[in-house]
Design a protein around this ligand. Structure first.
Ligand SMILES: NC(=O)c1ccc[n+]([C@@H]2O[C@H](COP(=O)([O-])OP(=O)(O)OC[C@H]3O[C@@H](n4cnc5c(N)ncnc54)[C@H](O)[C@@H]3O)[C@@H](O)[C@H]2O)c1
Length: 347
């Protein structure tokens, strides 16, 4: 392998800017190519971040690429992940990994067969506040987790839904559950463990021109016996910071935006004063706009992929762990489509 880990991007829309910036800010990554079905977008991407614009077939066949980042709309992830694996490239795919568990299984199988890595961009898992909570959970500071909740009260304008065709189509993988809230119930399962059962309701509160849910509420029963609530919306102007709440028998942590808002345990530790300072109220976390967040988390994901390739280990967010988040999303849709009845999350 070359000195640098060489990246190629497929899909040069909104999120490709984050990948381009993150690769340039990474330790040891370089962007060598970008492709899009709209050639002018690939050209604009390489003008900004370096490398060569190619067709998708050229990019897949290029011997000078180690990792392909799949940044296409949600319904076109599997196709490119499998083609990249068959071409012998490692793959980093944006969230959600795909729209069905069968497709995710096919992606995992293709990458295993080819002996390449498959990482998923669930960048919020790398947030400093989330890592502090995860560490405290792993150290047993919470005791038994009793509740794990997420409140995503965001706003997206009607124009947002019509910016690109796929953003207003459930078949293409749009909707508040699978497109926006995905990161946050992913955090819940990452922190509190697998979800066993879901009851959900969906609504369209503020986007009558769009045939999609812009709001969802769900009740989760975790396998551990803990319970959780999810409230997620893109209807609530102007959009406020994401809120994640973890309650255990021995303590509570609440993250608001990227900030630790509450950090209280029966047994105080010396590091707690520093942990309470994590995050800044000024950092935007996408509450009011689709590109309204920092590039640090994508940079951590790119750095991790570089290390995973070099050290021949699993990426930080494995496809298997992201698969469970998709299973939760699908259970929410099934429940909401069936009057809110309780649905068991698929294994
Ligand atoms: N991790 C995050 O925080 C985050 C944030 C936003 C979006 N995303 C994800 O990134 C992905 C892309 O979202 P986006 O907002 O950049 O979308 P976008 O519509 O802005 O960009 C997608 C690009 O893919 C191209 N494209 C569409 N269909 C294609 C195909 N079949 N083959 C090749 N190129 C194709 C389009 O021309 C477009 O340039 C989605 O999976 C989305 O969920 C992740």
């Amino acid at each position: 392998m070359a000195d640098k880990v060489r990246f190629g991007l497929i899909g040069c829309g909104l999120i490709s800017d984050f990948h381009g910036k993150a690769i340039n800010a990474s330790r040891g990554g370089v962007l060598v190519a970008a492709a899009d079905m709209r050639a002018e977008r690939a050209e604009a991407c390489v003008q900004k971040y370096g490398g060569r614009a190619m067709t998708i077939d050229e990019l897949l066949a290029s011997p000078d690429i180690d990792v392909i980042n799949v940044c296409t709309p949600n319904a076109y992830h599997g196709e490119y992940v499998i083609k990249a694996a068959e071409a012998g490239k490692h793959v980093l795919v944006e969230k959600p990994p795909e729209l069905t568990l069968e497709k995710v299984d096919a992606m995992i199988a293709a990458c295993q067969k080819a002996g390449v890595k498959l990482g998923v961009v669930l960048n919020v898992r790398t947030r400093t506040a989330i890592q502090a909570i995860k560490k405290a959970i792993d150290e047993g500071r919470f005791g038994k987790i009793l509740a794990a909740d997420a409140y995503m009260k965001w706003y997206r304008s009607t124009e947002y839904y019509f910016m690109d065709d796929w953003r207003s189509s459930r078949a293409a993988g749009a909707g508040v559950i699978i497109q926006h809230a995905f990161h946050y119930f992913d955090l819940l399962q990452y922190l509190a463990g697998p979800v066993e059962k879901v009851m959900a309701k969906t609504l369209n509160l503020a986007h009558p021109q769009v045939q999609l849910e812009d709001t969802a509420a769900a009740f989760f029963t975790y396998k551990s016996g803990a319970f959780g609530l999810l409230q997620a919306s893109t209807a609530l102007y102007p959009g406020t910071d994401i809120r994640i709440e973890i309650n255990g028998e021995n303590g509570t942590a609440i993250m608001v935006g990227e900030r630790i808002d509450t950090w209280k345990f029966k047994e105080e530790r010396p590091e707690d004063a520093e942990i309470r300072k994590i995050g800044s109220a000024a950092q935007a976390t996408a509450a009011g706009g689709a590109a309204d967040f920092g590039v640090e988390e994508h940079t951590r994901i790119i750095n991790d992929m570089i290390e995973a390739v070099r050290e021949d280990r699993e990426p930080f967010v494995s496809a298997a762990s992201a698969r469970h988040t998709l299973a939760i999303a699908l259970a929410m849709y099934e429940s909401a489509d069936n009057g809110g009845r309780e649905v068991t999350v698929a294994e």
